[in-house]
Design a protein around this ligand. Structure first.
Ligand SMILES: [Zn+2]
Length: 337
């Protein structure tokens, strides 16, 4: 009812529209530089001027240096100005690590069930589906085998983009299968961690992955095969409390936050200020929790060097088709240098 206007008002409103429709095209139209600002006095706010397409430019959280996404990716997601290590995807680590970027992926078909029928803001299956769409992954870990410097390696790399790299049943299963593969094929094992901890939507089932992965790592140790744990930013909660800290070599990326509970929770619990650099990789090397800090640019070289030494010193226990294959590829790798 309120939409009916008096006749005069309707006519006034319609007039400018009709004028536009009936006016012939301006003959000077083609000579006009329409993209040039014709009138002065149009002010664009500073905030709008700085607006760029999301994801194209990345601001370093440490030094605030702005880099294009492309430039950052070319530099292995490491800030070219201050060496801050931005998060890298699991698949990115595979490209970086394996000889000639060649590897075989495993267990990309495993998906989480919903045994607890968990629901918070949305139900767990919807959350999983959204995470799968966003990340292009089946869960928060990817697994592959290949060679590094000619040495056989099984890698499970976590991915923070999938529900904060949380450790659910699929993460536990994929890591376990990766370890079993290492045992069966005489490979070294590397787990790259980046995780907020356990996946609360799976409750106790998530916590059981700590025991499951740790028990399988014991099998690897029985076979005398090395386990490398690389902790990247952040490695926390149940992941730190299980496989991340069980490495024969506990490696960490520069500046990575590594701990069980976060610094804020600890500060509030003990009611005291924490020392500078608390829970950072450099602090943990000082305290003996971490063996070595490995910058991303030297990860491949460091892994190849460590494996070389171990496999050569324990050559007798590693005589298998896999290790024979290793020596062949090793020659090729040396040539490539
Ligand atoms: Zn920076």
């Amino acid at each position: 009812m309120g939409a009916v206007l008096p006749q005069s008002v309707r006519c006034e409103a319609a007039t400018p529209y009709l004028w536009v429709m009936l006016t012939p095209p301006d003959p000077t139209y083609h000579d006009m530089a329409w993209f040039k600002r014709q009138s002065a006095g149009i002010v664009t706010s500073k905030a709008e001027q700085n607006e760029t397409p999301e994801g194209y430019w990345i601001k370093c959280p440490e030094c605030e240096h702005i880099t294009s996404q492309r430039e950052l990716e070319d530099n292995l997601n490491v800030c070219p100005k201050c060496n801050h290590h931005h998060t890298m995807s699991g698949l990115g680590y595979f490209e970086l690590l394996f000889d000639e970027g060649k590897y075989q992926r495993h267990d990309a078909h495993l998906h989480s069930a919903d045994p607890l029928e968990f629901q918070d803001k949305k139900d767990y299956p919807s959350r999983i589906l959204a995470a799968e769409k966003k990340s292009g992954l089946n869960d928060a870990v990817v697994s592959a085998t290949g060679t590094v410097g000619g040495n056989p390696l099984s890698v499970a790399a976590m991915d923070f983009s999938f529900i904060g790299g949380s450790m659910g049943s699929v993460v536990g299963e994929v890591i376990t299968r990766g370890i079993r593969r290492a045992v069966e094929e005489n490979r070294a094992m590397l787990i790259i961690s980046q995780s907020g901890g356990a996946r609360m939507m799976e409750g106790a089932l998530s916590l059981m992955q700590m025991a499951k992965t740790s028990a399988n790592l014991a099998l690897l140790a029985e076979r005398g095969l090395p386990f490398f744990s690389l902790m990247t930013h952040p490695t926390t909660g149940g992941v730190t409390a299980s496989y991340a800290m069980l490495g024969d070599f506990n490696l960490a990326e520069p500046g990575a936050l590594i701990g069980f509970a976060g610094p804020r929770v600890i500060r509030e619990t003990i009611g005291r200020d924490l020392p500078k650099g608390f829970q950072r990789a450099e602090f943990l090397v000082e305290k003996g929790f971490v063996d070595l800090i490995v910058p991303r640019h030297s990860l491949r070289k460091t892994m190849a060097g460590l494996m070389e030494q171990i496999f050569e010193s324990s050559a007798t226990s590693l005589k298998s088709p896999a290790s024979n294959g290793r020596s062949k590829t090793k020659k090729a790798a040396v040539k490539a240098k």
